[in-house]
Design a protein around this ligand. Structure first.
Ligand code: BJ8
Length: 426
Protein backbone atom coordinates (compact mmCIF):
# COMPACT_ATOMS: atom_id res chain seq x y z
CA UNK A 1 0.00 0.00 0.00
CA UNK A 2 1.29 3.47 -0.86
CA UNK A 3 2.56 5.50 2.11
CA UNK A 4 0.07 7.99 3.52
CA UNK A 5 1.96 11.29 3.65
CA UNK A 6 -1.06 13.33 4.69
CA UNK A 7 -0.18 13.51 8.40
CA UNK A 8 3.31 14.78 7.46
CA UNK A 9 1.88 17.33 5.02
CA UNK A 10 -0.61 18.50 7.64
CA UNK A 11 2.13 18.90 10.21
CA UNK A 12 4.16 20.97 7.74
CA UNK A 13 1.18 23.27 7.33
CA UNK A 14 0.12 22.40 3.78
CA UNK A 15 -3.42 23.18 2.72
CA UNK A 16 -4.39 19.58 2.02
CA UNK A 17 -7.32 20.37 -0.23
CA UNK A 18 -5.37 22.78 -2.42
CA UNK A 19 -2.41 20.40 -2.42
CA UNK A 20 -4.65 17.54 -3.60
CA UNK A 21 -5.80 19.78 -6.44
CA UNK A 22 -2.18 20.49 -7.40
CA UNK A 23 -1.19 16.81 -7.34
CA UNK A 24 -4.35 15.99 -9.30
CA UNK A 25 -2.99 18.10 -12.16
CA UNK A 26 0.70 17.25 -11.84
CA UNK A 27 0.37 13.45 -11.92
CA UNK A 28 -1.54 13.26 -15.22
CA UNK A 29 0.59 16.04 -16.76
CA UNK A 30 3.74 14.05 -15.96
CA UNK A 31 2.25 10.85 -17.37
CA UNK A 32 1.18 12.57 -20.57
CA UNK A 33 4.44 14.43 -21.07
CA UNK A 34 7.03 11.86 -20.10
CA UNK A 35 5.60 8.36 -20.16
CA UNK A 36 4.40 8.61 -23.76
CA UNK A 37 7.95 9.13 -25.09
CA UNK A 38 9.42 6.21 -27.04
CA UNK A 39 12.73 4.48 -26.21
CA UNK A 40 13.46 6.24 -22.94
CA UNK A 41 16.65 5.11 -21.22
CA UNK A 42 15.99 2.56 -18.47
CA UNK A 43 17.80 4.87 -16.05
CA UNK A 44 14.98 7.40 -16.35
CA UNK A 45 12.90 5.08 -14.18
CA UNK A 46 14.79 6.48 -11.20
CA UNK A 47 13.73 10.01 -12.17
CA UNK A 48 10.14 8.87 -12.70
CA UNK A 49 10.28 7.48 -9.17
CA UNK A 50 11.77 10.70 -7.78
CA UNK A 51 9.03 12.71 -9.44
CA UNK A 52 6.32 10.38 -8.17
CA UNK A 53 7.71 10.91 -4.66
CA UNK A 54 8.77 14.54 -5.00
CA UNK A 55 6.24 15.65 -2.38
CA UNK A 56 6.45 12.34 -0.50
CA UNK A 57 9.62 10.40 0.16
CA UNK A 58 11.99 13.33 -0.46
CA UNK A 59 10.03 15.53 1.95
CA UNK A 60 10.04 12.71 4.49
CA UNK A 61 13.83 12.59 4.16
CA UNK A 62 14.02 16.34 4.77
CA UNK A 63 11.74 16.10 7.78
CA UNK A 64 13.86 13.29 9.24
CA UNK A 65 17.07 15.22 8.57
CA UNK A 66 15.58 18.21 10.39
CA UNK A 67 14.71 16.01 13.36
CA UNK A 68 18.34 14.89 13.39
CA UNK A 69 19.39 18.54 13.66
CA UNK A 70 20.16 19.43 10.03
CA UNK A 71 18.83 22.66 8.52
CA UNK A 72 17.04 22.97 5.20
CA UNK A 73 17.85 25.99 3.05
CA UNK A 74 15.45 26.87 0.24
CA UNK A 75 16.68 28.89 -2.73
CA UNK A 76 15.28 30.56 -5.82
CA UNK A 77 18.54 31.06 -7.63
CA UNK A 78 21.54 29.10 -8.79
CA UNK A 79 23.76 31.76 -7.15
CA UNK A 80 23.15 30.33 -3.67
CA UNK A 81 26.40 28.42 -2.96
CA UNK A 82 25.54 24.81 -2.17
CA UNK A 83 29.17 24.14 -1.20
CA UNK A 84 28.80 26.39 1.86
CA UNK A 85 25.39 24.94 2.78
CA UNK A 86 26.75 21.38 2.66
CA UNK A 87 29.89 22.34 4.57
CA UNK A 88 27.65 23.43 7.43
CA UNK A 89 25.69 20.18 7.24
CA UNK A 90 22.68 21.88 5.67
CA UNK A 91 20.55 20.71 2.75
CA UNK A 92 19.86 23.01 -0.19
CA UNK A 93 16.60 22.67 -2.10
CA UNK A 94 15.33 24.57 -5.14
CA UNK A 95 12.05 26.45 -4.76
CA UNK A 96 11.28 28.02 -8.11
CA UNK A 97 7.70 27.41 -9.07
CA UNK A 98 7.19 26.30 -12.65
CA UNK A 99 3.40 26.46 -12.61
CA UNK A 100 0.57 28.91 -12.11
CA UNK A 101 -1.20 28.54 -8.80
CA UNK A 102 -3.40 30.99 -6.93
CA UNK A 103 -2.49 33.64 -9.51
CA UNK A 104 -5.43 35.84 -8.57
CA UNK A 105 -4.21 35.87 -4.96
CA UNK A 106 -0.63 36.58 -6.06
CA UNK A 107 -1.84 39.48 -8.21
CA UNK A 108 -3.35 41.12 -5.14
CA UNK A 109 0.23 41.55 -3.89
CA UNK A 110 2.12 41.94 -7.16
CA UNK A 111 1.55 43.90 -10.35
CA UNK A 112 0.08 41.82 -13.16
CA UNK A 113 3.07 42.52 -15.39
CA UNK A 114 5.43 40.34 -13.38
CA UNK A 115 7.08 37.17 -14.74
CA UNK A 116 5.31 33.85 -14.20
CA UNK A 117 8.18 32.52 -12.10
CA UNK A 118 7.76 35.16 -9.41
CA UNK A 119 3.97 34.98 -9.53
CA UNK A 120 4.17 31.19 -9.31
CA UNK A 121 6.40 31.38 -6.22
CA UNK A 122 3.96 33.76 -4.56
CA UNK A 123 0.99 31.60 -5.54
CA UNK A 124 2.60 28.47 -4.10
CA UNK A 125 3.39 30.28 -0.84
CA UNK A 126 -0.03 31.90 -0.50
CA UNK A 127 -1.90 28.67 -1.26
CA UNK A 128 0.41 26.63 1.03
CA UNK A 129 0.95 23.87 -1.52
CA UNK A 130 4.76 23.62 -1.63
CA UNK A 131 6.20 21.28 1.03
CA UNK A 132 9.77 22.42 0.17
CA UNK A 133 8.86 25.99 1.05
CA UNK A 134 7.29 24.89 4.32
CA UNK A 135 10.10 22.48 5.19
CA UNK A 136 12.78 25.16 4.72
CA UNK A 137 14.29 26.58 7.90
CA UNK A 138 15.33 29.59 5.90
CA UNK A 139 14.69 30.80 2.38
CA UNK A 140 17.37 32.72 0.55
CA UNK A 141 16.15 35.57 -1.60
CA UNK A 142 18.80 37.00 -3.91
CA UNK A 143 18.88 40.50 -5.29
CA UNK A 144 19.12 39.63 -8.96
CA UNK A 145 16.49 41.11 -11.27
CA UNK A 146 14.31 44.01 -10.08
CA UNK A 147 11.27 41.72 -9.98
CA UNK A 148 12.84 39.30 -7.52
CA UNK A 149 14.63 41.97 -5.52
CA UNK A 150 11.50 44.02 -4.88
CA UNK A 151 9.12 41.09 -4.49
CA UNK A 152 11.21 39.65 -1.63
CA UNK A 153 10.24 42.75 0.36
CA UNK A 154 6.69 41.36 0.29
CA UNK A 155 7.56 37.67 0.19
CA UNK A 156 9.29 37.89 3.58
CA UNK A 157 5.86 38.18 5.21
CA UNK A 158 4.64 34.98 3.54
CA UNK A 159 7.35 32.65 4.83
CA UNK A 160 8.80 31.72 8.19
CA UNK A 161 12.24 33.22 7.58
CA UNK A 162 13.80 34.99 4.61
CA UNK A 163 17.48 35.79 4.29
CA UNK A 164 18.38 38.29 1.57
CA UNK A 165 21.62 38.02 -0.33
CA UNK A 166 22.96 40.88 -2.39
CA UNK A 167 24.50 40.06 -5.76
CA UNK A 168 26.69 42.10 -8.11
CA UNK A 169 25.40 43.33 -11.46
CA UNK A 170 28.83 43.55 -13.08
CA UNK A 171 31.76 41.14 -13.22
CA UNK A 172 34.20 43.84 -12.15
CA UNK A 173 36.68 43.80 -9.27
CA UNK A 174 34.03 45.60 -7.21
CA UNK A 175 31.47 42.96 -8.21
CA UNK A 176 33.83 40.19 -7.15
CA UNK A 177 34.45 41.93 -3.80
CA UNK A 178 30.71 42.27 -3.22
CA UNK A 179 30.08 38.60 -3.94
CA UNK A 180 32.96 37.61 -1.64
CA UNK A 181 31.57 39.74 1.18
CA UNK A 182 28.07 38.35 0.65
CA UNK A 183 29.26 34.72 0.62
CA UNK A 184 31.17 35.36 3.88
CA UNK A 185 28.10 36.98 5.42
CA UNK A 186 26.01 33.99 4.27
CA UNK A 187 28.52 31.57 5.81
CA UNK A 188 28.37 33.45 9.14
CA UNK A 189 24.58 33.43 9.03
CA UNK A 190 24.54 29.68 8.41
CA UNK A 191 27.05 29.11 11.20
CA UNK A 192 24.59 30.73 13.60
CA UNK A 193 21.63 28.87 12.14
CA UNK A 194 23.28 25.45 12.27
CA UNK A 195 25.39 26.00 15.39
CA UNK A 196 28.38 24.66 13.44
CA UNK A 197 31.71 26.21 12.56
CA UNK A 198 32.81 26.46 8.94
CA UNK A 199 36.13 24.69 8.48
CA UNK A 200 38.40 24.24 5.48
CA UNK A 201 37.97 20.47 5.71
CA UNK A 202 34.17 20.74 5.62
CA UNK A 203 34.32 23.21 2.73
CA UNK A 204 36.55 20.82 0.78
CA UNK A 205 33.97 18.09 1.29
CA UNK A 206 31.16 20.39 0.20
CA UNK A 207 33.11 21.43 -2.88
CA UNK A 208 33.82 17.79 -3.78
CA UNK A 209 30.16 16.78 -3.47
CA UNK A 210 28.86 19.66 -5.61
CA UNK A 211 31.68 19.27 -8.15
CA UNK A 212 30.82 15.57 -8.52
CA UNK A 213 27.21 16.50 -9.21
CA UNK A 214 28.26 19.10 -11.78
CA UNK A 215 30.86 16.84 -13.39
CA UNK A 216 28.32 14.11 -14.02
CA UNK A 217 26.05 16.73 -15.65
CA UNK A 218 28.96 17.72 -17.90
CA UNK A 219 29.33 14.06 -18.85
CA UNK A 220 25.62 13.84 -19.67
CA UNK A 221 25.78 17.07 -21.69
CA UNK A 222 28.65 15.69 -23.81
CA UNK A 223 26.70 12.52 -24.57
CA UNK A 224 23.78 14.61 -25.81
CA UNK A 225 26.07 15.77 -28.65
CA UNK A 226 25.65 12.38 -30.35
CA UNK A 227 23.49 11.98 -33.45
CA UNK A 228 21.12 10.16 -33.13
CA UNK A 229 20.36 11.83 -29.81
CA UNK A 230 20.52 9.16 -27.10
CA UNK A 231 18.07 10.92 -24.76
CA UNK A 232 15.18 13.30 -25.36
CA UNK A 233 15.33 16.97 -24.41
CA UNK A 234 12.40 16.45 -22.06
CA UNK A 235 14.31 13.78 -20.15
CA UNK A 236 17.50 15.88 -20.24
CA UNK A 237 15.56 18.79 -18.75
CA UNK A 238 13.99 16.55 -16.12
CA UNK A 239 17.44 15.43 -14.93
CA UNK A 240 18.44 19.10 -14.68
CA UNK A 241 15.28 19.85 -12.70
CA UNK A 242 15.78 16.96 -10.25
CA UNK A 243 19.33 18.32 -9.68
CA UNK A 244 17.74 20.90 -7.35
CA UNK A 245 15.81 18.47 -5.13
CA UNK A 246 17.61 15.19 -4.77
CA UNK A 247 20.28 14.07 -2.33
CA UNK A 248 23.55 15.09 -4.08
CA UNK A 249 25.37 11.74 -3.83
CA UNK A 250 22.35 9.69 -4.87
CA UNK A 251 21.66 12.06 -7.75
CA UNK A 252 25.26 11.85 -8.97
CA UNK A 253 25.18 8.04 -8.92
CA UNK A 254 21.84 7.94 -10.78
CA UNK A 255 23.02 10.28 -13.53
CA UNK A 256 26.24 8.27 -13.87
CA UNK A 257 24.13 5.16 -14.47
CA UNK A 258 22.19 6.91 -17.23
CA UNK A 259 25.47 8.05 -18.78
CA UNK A 260 26.73 4.43 -18.86
CA UNK A 261 23.52 3.45 -20.60
CA UNK A 262 23.74 6.33 -23.09
CA UNK A 263 27.34 5.43 -23.93
CA UNK A 264 26.17 1.93 -24.85
CA UNK A 265 23.36 3.42 -26.95
CA UNK A 266 25.76 5.70 -28.79
CA UNK A 267 28.07 2.75 -29.43
CA UNK A 268 25.27 0.86 -31.20
CA UNK A 269 24.04 4.09 -32.87
CA UNK A 270 20.66 3.90 -31.16
CA UNK A 271 18.72 7.02 -30.24
CA UNK A 272 15.36 8.46 -29.28
CA UNK A 273 14.95 10.07 -32.70
CA UNK A 274 16.30 9.04 -36.11
CA UNK A 275 19.70 10.19 -37.33
CA UNK A 276 19.40 13.65 -38.87
CA UNK A 277 16.44 14.78 -36.73
CA UNK A 278 16.62 18.60 -36.39
CA UNK A 279 18.58 19.41 -33.25
CA UNK A 280 17.69 22.40 -31.11
CA UNK A 281 19.41 24.22 -28.28
CA UNK A 282 17.04 26.02 -25.90
CA UNK A 283 18.40 29.18 -24.31
CA UNK A 284 16.93 31.66 -21.86
CA UNK A 285 14.88 31.74 -18.68
CA UNK A 286 15.01 28.81 -16.27
CA UNK A 287 12.31 26.11 -16.56
CA UNK A 288 11.39 24.87 -13.10
CA UNK A 289 9.20 21.81 -12.43
CA UNK A 290 6.56 21.39 -13.90
CA UNK A 291 7.33 23.79 -16.73
CA UNK A 292 7.63 21.36 -19.65
CA UNK A 293 5.43 23.33 -22.05
CA UNK A 294 7.96 24.44 -24.69
CA UNK A 295 10.12 21.26 -24.78
CA UNK A 296 6.99 19.13 -25.18
CA UNK A 297 5.84 21.26 -28.13
CA UNK A 298 9.30 21.20 -29.75
CA UNK A 299 9.78 17.46 -29.49
CA UNK A 300 6.24 16.70 -30.64
CA UNK A 301 6.98 18.88 -33.67
CA UNK A 302 9.64 16.38 -34.72
CA UNK A 303 12.82 18.00 -33.38
CA UNK A 304 15.05 16.95 -30.52
CA UNK A 305 16.41 19.31 -27.85
CA UNK A 306 20.10 18.65 -27.26
CA UNK A 307 20.86 21.14 -24.50
CA UNK A 308 19.62 23.92 -22.25
CA UNK A 309 21.51 27.20 -21.88
CA UNK A 310 19.61 27.96 -18.70
CA UNK A 311 20.03 27.96 -14.94
CA UNK A 312 18.06 24.71 -15.01
CA UNK A 313 20.71 23.46 -17.39
CA UNK A 314 24.26 24.30 -18.32
CA UNK A 315 24.30 27.90 -17.07
CA UNK A 316 23.66 26.48 -13.62
CA UNK A 317 26.06 23.55 -13.78
CA UNK A 318 28.94 24.95 -15.85
CA UNK A 319 32.41 25.22 -14.29
CA UNK A 320 33.70 23.39 -11.25
CA UNK A 321 34.90 25.02 -8.03
CA UNK A 322 38.65 24.72 -7.62
CA UNK A 323 39.89 23.01 -4.49
CA UNK A 324 42.26 25.92 -4.32
CA UNK A 325 44.23 25.58 -1.13
CA UNK A 326 44.36 24.60 2.49
CA UNK A 327 42.61 27.62 4.02
CA UNK A 328 38.97 28.55 4.37
CA UNK A 329 39.65 31.94 2.75
CA UNK A 330 41.28 30.41 -0.30
CA UNK A 331 38.35 28.03 -0.70
CA UNK A 332 35.80 30.82 -0.34
CA UNK A 333 37.71 32.80 -2.99
CA UNK A 334 37.50 29.80 -5.31
CA UNK A 335 33.77 29.49 -4.70
CA UNK A 336 33.33 33.18 -5.60
CA UNK A 337 35.37 32.69 -8.81
CA UNK A 338 33.17 29.80 -9.85
CA UNK A 339 29.87 31.58 -9.19
CA UNK A 340 31.02 34.73 -10.97
CA UNK A 341 31.16 32.66 -14.17
CA UNK A 342 27.37 32.25 -14.16
CA UNK A 343 26.21 34.37 -17.08
CA UNK A 344 22.81 35.41 -15.81
CA UNK A 345 21.16 38.19 -17.81
CA UNK A 346 21.15 40.44 -14.75
CA UNK A 347 24.84 41.13 -15.50
CA UNK A 348 25.86 44.02 -17.68
CA UNK A 349 27.54 43.66 -20.05
CA UNK A 350 26.89 39.94 -20.51
CA UNK A 351 29.00 39.02 -23.54
CA UNK A 352 30.04 35.71 -22.03
CA UNK A 353 26.46 34.43 -22.27
CA UNK A 354 26.54 34.99 -26.04
CA UNK A 355 29.82 33.12 -26.28
CA UNK A 356 28.47 30.32 -24.13
CA UNK A 357 25.35 29.91 -26.29
CA UNK A 358 27.51 29.75 -29.40
CA UNK A 359 29.95 27.27 -27.94
CA UNK A 360 27.10 25.07 -26.68
CA UNK A 361 25.38 25.17 -30.08
CA UNK A 362 28.62 24.13 -31.78
CA UNK A 363 29.64 21.40 -29.36
CA UNK A 364 26.12 19.93 -29.23
CA UNK A 365 25.84 20.18 -33.04
CA UNK A 366 22.59 22.15 -32.80
CA UNK A 367 20.92 23.10 -36.09
CA UNK A 368 19.10 26.00 -34.46
CA UNK A 369 18.40 27.80 -31.21
CA UNK A 370 15.10 28.66 -29.55
CA UNK A 371 15.37 31.61 -27.21
CA UNK A 372 12.87 31.18 -24.40
CA UNK A 373 11.78 34.28 -22.53
CA UNK A 374 9.18 34.54 -19.83
CA UNK A 375 6.86 37.46 -20.48
CA UNK A 376 7.80 40.51 -18.39
CA UNK A 377 11.32 39.17 -17.77
CA UNK A 378 13.25 42.24 -18.86
CA UNK A 379 16.78 40.80 -18.50
CA UNK A 380 16.23 37.83 -20.83
CA UNK A 381 13.73 39.47 -23.16
CA UNK A 382 16.15 42.37 -23.72
CA UNK A 383 19.06 40.00 -24.35
CA UNK A 384 16.95 37.98 -26.81
CA UNK A 385 17.47 40.56 -29.59
CA UNK A 386 21.29 40.63 -29.52
CA UNK A 387 21.35 36.84 -29.05
CA UNK A 388 19.20 36.31 -32.16
CA UNK A 389 21.23 38.79 -34.20
CA UNK A 390 24.56 37.22 -33.29
CA UNK A 391 23.41 33.61 -33.78
CA UNK A 392 21.81 34.32 -37.16
CA UNK A 393 25.02 36.10 -38.19
CA UNK A 394 26.91 32.93 -37.28
CA UNK A 395 24.54 30.90 -39.45
CA UNK A 396 22.42 29.53 -36.63
CA UNK A 397 18.68 29.90 -37.26
CA UNK A 398 17.04 31.33 -34.14
CA UNK A 399 13.46 31.51 -32.98
CA UNK A 400 12.34 33.77 -30.15
CA UNK A 401 9.47 32.53 -28.01
CA UNK A 402 8.09 34.71 -25.22
CA UNK A 403 5.45 33.01 -23.14
CA UNK A 404 4.19 32.28 -19.62
CA UNK A 405 2.89 29.22 -17.79
CA UNK A 406 -0.61 29.39 -19.33
CA UNK A 407 -1.88 27.07 -22.05
CA UNK A 408 -3.68 29.71 -24.12
CA UNK A 409 -0.80 30.25 -26.53
CA UNK A 410 0.09 26.57 -27.06
CA UNK A 411 -1.50 26.43 -30.53
CA UNK A 412 0.26 29.59 -31.66
CA UNK A 413 3.64 28.43 -30.32
CA UNK A 414 3.18 25.04 -31.96
CA UNK A 415 2.60 26.67 -35.35
CA UNK A 416 5.73 28.81 -35.02
CA UNK A 417 7.85 25.90 -33.78
CA UNK A 418 6.64 23.63 -36.60
CA UNK A 419 7.57 26.29 -39.16
CA UNK A 420 10.98 26.65 -37.49
CA UNK A 421 11.59 22.89 -37.56
CA UNK A 422 10.71 22.92 -41.27
CA UNK A 423 13.24 25.71 -41.76
CA UNK A 424 15.89 23.59 -40.02
CA UNK A 425 14.99 20.59 -42.21
CA UNK A 426 15.36 22.74 -45.30
S1 BJ8 B 1 21.14 33.24 -11.98
S2 BJ8 B 1 18.49 33.37 -14.36
S3 BJ8 B 1 18.17 31.59 -11.30
S4 BJ8 B 1 18.28 35.18 -11.32
S5 BJ8 B 1 12.45 34.98 -15.16
S6 BJ8 B 1 12.74 36.04 -11.80
S7 BJ8 B 1 15.33 36.90 -14.20
S8 BJ8 B 1 12.11 38.41 -14.32
S9 BJ8 B 1 15.20 33.56 -12.76
FE1 BJ8 B 1 17.42 33.44 -12.41
FE2 BJ8 B 1 19.39 33.33 -10.63
FE3 BJ8 B 1 19.69 34.64 -12.94
FE4 BJ8 B 1 19.57 32.03 -12.91
FE5 BJ8 B 1 13.70 37.76 -12.88
FE6 BJ8 B 1 13.45 36.97 -15.39
FE7 BJ8 B 1 11.57 36.36 -13.65
FE8 BJ8 B 1 14.00 35.26 -13.48
Amino acid sequence: MATDYRPMWKELGLDLEAHDALLGVLGPLYQQTFMSQPDRPEGMKYFDFVMSEVHGLRIQELVEAKKAGRKVVGAFCTFVPEEIVLALDGILVGLCAGAEFATAEAEKLLPRNMCALIKGAFGFALARVCPYLLASDVIVGENTCDGKKKSYEIFKDLVARLYTMDLPQTKSAEGRALLRAEFSRFASFLEKLTGKKLTAAALKKGIAAVNAKRAVMHRLAKLRAADPAPISGLDGLLVNQVYFYDDPARFTASVAKICDELEARIERKAGVAPLGTPRILVSGCPMAVPNWKLPAIVERAGAVIVGEESCVGERGTQALTADSGPTKDQLLDAIVERYLKIDCAIFTPNESRLEHILSMARSLRADGVIHYGLQFCSPYQIEAGPVEKRLEKEGLPTLRIDTDYGQEDVGQIRTRVEAFVERLRG
